[in-house]
Design a protein around this ligand. Sequence first.
Ligand code: 5GP
Ligand code: ZN
Length: 114
Amino acid sequence: MSDCLFCRIAAGSVPSAKVYEDDMVYAFKDIDPQAPLHVLIIPKKHIQSVLQAGGENAPYVAAMMDAARKIAKDAGVDESGFRLVMNTGADGGQTVDHLHAHLLGGRSLGWPPG
Ligand code: 5GP
Ligand code: ZN
């Protein structure tokens, strides 16, 4: 989708700080980091949210999880721990309507979230 920010980031037409890429997913540093490590992992296909992430789109979710493991290991937070978050819809705090997982780590994260 040409009017979707994350589609444009995945395509390279909007610049981003790339952390990881393969044929299905792209990962980049969040512009407003909430932890020492804050990476956004997105599918290269436009999928609006978790609500559209099943069926034929499920392989993209698996690829996002594979990427999360690799990124966490490369960043050295696999032992210390990290958090994966998929905000969904208005109450979930989703502000970009392209499926994304926040990978947060590098500090002790509070619970419950705000
Ligand atoms: P959401 O609130 O939808 O769960 O997460 C969207 C995230 O995208 C936010 O954490 C926000 O900081 C990040 N974001 C929004 N616009 C940009 C951008 O242009 N570049 C990057 N790297 N991150 C962005
Ligand atoms: Zn998109």
